[in-house]
Design a protein around this ligand. Sequence first.
Ligand code: ATP
Ligand code: MG
Ligand code: FE
Length: 350
Amino acid sequence: PLVLGIETSCDETGIGIVRGTRLLSNTIASSMEEHARYGGVVPEVAARAHLEAMTPAIEAALAEASVRPDDLDAIAVTSGPGLAGALMVGVGAAKAFAVAAGKPLYAVNHLVGHVGADVLDAAGGPGHPVEVPTIALLVSGGHTSLLHVRDLVSDVELLGETIDDAAGEAFDKVARILGLPYPGGPQIDRAAAGGDPNAIRFPRGLSLPKDLVKHRYDFSFSGLKTAVARWVEQRTDAGEPVPTSDVAAGFREAVVDVLVTKAIAACRDRDVPRLLLGGGVVANARLRDVAAERCAAAGIELRIPALSLCTDNGAMIAALAAQLIMAGHEPSTLDFGADSTLPVTDIQVR
Ligand code: ATP
Ligand code: MG
Ligand code: FE
C-alpha cells in the first residue's frame, strides 16, 4: 500500500511516503534551532512551528515521491506519546487530509513507529519486514525505552523506561553544565573524543544489585547529571580548571554503559538474538561502537537503521501503518485524539 505518514510528536514535522516497505520520500522540518536559546524543546513553540511547516512539508513529500493525494491508499499519523499540543497539530492535519482526500486514516504509536523504521532502506531499496522477536532500545530527547517486540503490529511489550530524565535530555543538561550549546548530544560527543573515559568514574544509575531487583530494565539519568554538576562545581570552587573533555567522556561512558548493559541483559533474559536501536541518541558514536562490540561478543545481531530513520520522521509512521494494513487491520475511526501518554501496547488507536 501507498501510505503518507505524519509525525509531530516533538520538534520535527516529519512527512514520509512509503509503498509497502519501500521509502519514497522523507521530508523533515525541525524547529530545533528555535528551542536552542531555551536549552530544550518548548512545547508551544513546537506546536506553532508544526502548524507553519505542515502544508509545505506535505507538498514537498508528495512532489519528491511523485505522488498525488489521489494515488494514496491511506494516511497515517502519530497520535502519541509525545507533546500534547504538538501531537494535536499532526492529528488535526491528518484528519483534515484524510476527509478531504477520502482516504482511510491510521492513528499509530510513535515508539512502535521507531521500531517500524527498520523495515525501510534509507537508500530507497526494497526493504523488508522487521525481524522478530527483537529487543528495541529507543533513546531520544523525550524517551528512553526498552521494548520486547514479538510482532510489530500485534505484540509489543514495554520492559522498562526512564524514571526521570531521558538519555538525550541528560546529554542536553550536562552540555549546559559544561557551557556547551543545545542540542548537547553532538557537542558532548565532540568534546568526549579528546577525553579519557576512565579519568572520572560517574555513577551508573539503577544498576546496583539492590536497584536491579525492582528496576532491572528501568533507567535513571538525573543522579548522573547531578553527579556531573557537583563534580564541576567542586572543581570550580577550588579554583581549578574543569577538564571538559574528560568530564564529557566520563559522562558519555556512564550513559552508554548503562544503556547497552540493560539492552543486552534483556536479550539474554528473553532469549532474543536481536537488538534494534532507534531515536536521536543513536547518533552517538560511542553508543554505536559499544553496542556493536558487546553484541558481537554475546552473539546478538545488532540492527541500526540509518540516522535519518532513527530521528523522528514521518516515513516510520507510514511504514508502521503499511505493515498494519498488510496484516489486515482496519483503519482508525475519526474520533481518536492526541494522547501524550499513549502506552506502547496501543500500537494502533482505533
Ligand atoms: P522524541 O523523544 O519524541 O523522539 P526528540 O526530538 O527529543 O523527540 P530526537 O530528535 O530523536 O528526539 O533526538 C534529539 C536528542 O538526541 C537530543 O536530546 C540530542 O541531544 C540527542 N543527540 C543528538 N545527537 C547526539 C549524539 N551524538 N550523542 C548523544 N545524544 C545525541
Ligand atoms: Mg527532535
Ligand atoms: Fe521519537
